[in-house]
Design a protein around this ligand. Sequence first.
Ligand code: IPD
Ligand code: CA
Length: 275
Amino acid sequence: MIPSATVLHTVAQQAARCAGEHVLTCLARRNDTVQVLRHDIKHKLDLEAQQAATATIRAAFPDHAILGEETAHAPLPDTAVRWVIDPIDGTINFTHGLPIWCCSVAAQVNEQTVAGAVFAPELGLLFEAQAGGPARCNGRLIRVSGTDRLDQALVHTGADRDDLSKNSFRFFNRLAELAQRPRIMGAAALDICWVAAGMADAYFESGIYIWDMAAAGLILTCAGGTCEVLQAYPHYKMAVLASNGNLQPPLRNTLMPMLAAQYSGGCAPAGSASP
Ligand code: IPD
Ligand code: CA
């Protein structure tokens, strides 16, 4: 039997909190890395936070599939409900001591997100929603901005770590030309939640993964915005445009031809086989 969205919503919040609170008790271990790569960091607390979220979910639903960033290559059972976890989104920020990071947990039924929670422990923010309901931050209703002019919009973005020297900054440059200002904050789930809360007007990034956006995308939709996969790549990688809704058509019209030109012939961005 498929649990109700309300039950899944409760467990999603518990799991995100559990992961975040574990990390919060380990701030002295910010440098406890497993591997420091050229443009990425694998952190021991990534693994531990995923285990904490997984334990919470398993206690309620022992048989559900759990897709976590840290175990993304493991085969998943074929279940109607799938959980999607990003244990620390913004690992590089976290390791350097910046508080802009979060734990993201989504519950999906037949690959549609029905409940999501994004917890930013050092910022003291819990964003959450369930399909068909409102979006909240720390229990307060949130809503997207009403901005319909790109030249007055704050547009968050990010750079694909597998493609830093080539295409990412073409997108950044174009967004900088069009927007009031572009921003790179370093945690995609929070970027999307800030659009949901009306603190940013749009977010675009080519090269994020499903665990970066599953929970936050639902939160944004429930806050009146739009979260759209402009292009899907292998292994859960994608290009995502999220906005207050008003800015979706002009941004899509600008970005789609750039994406098409970049990957014409169906080529995925470099590194897409190894999330
Ligand atoms: C990353 C962050 C970053 C985005 C990358 C993501 P991670 O997630 O969300 O802002 O630019 O594309 O992979 O590696 O910190 O979990
Ligand atoms: Ca992430």
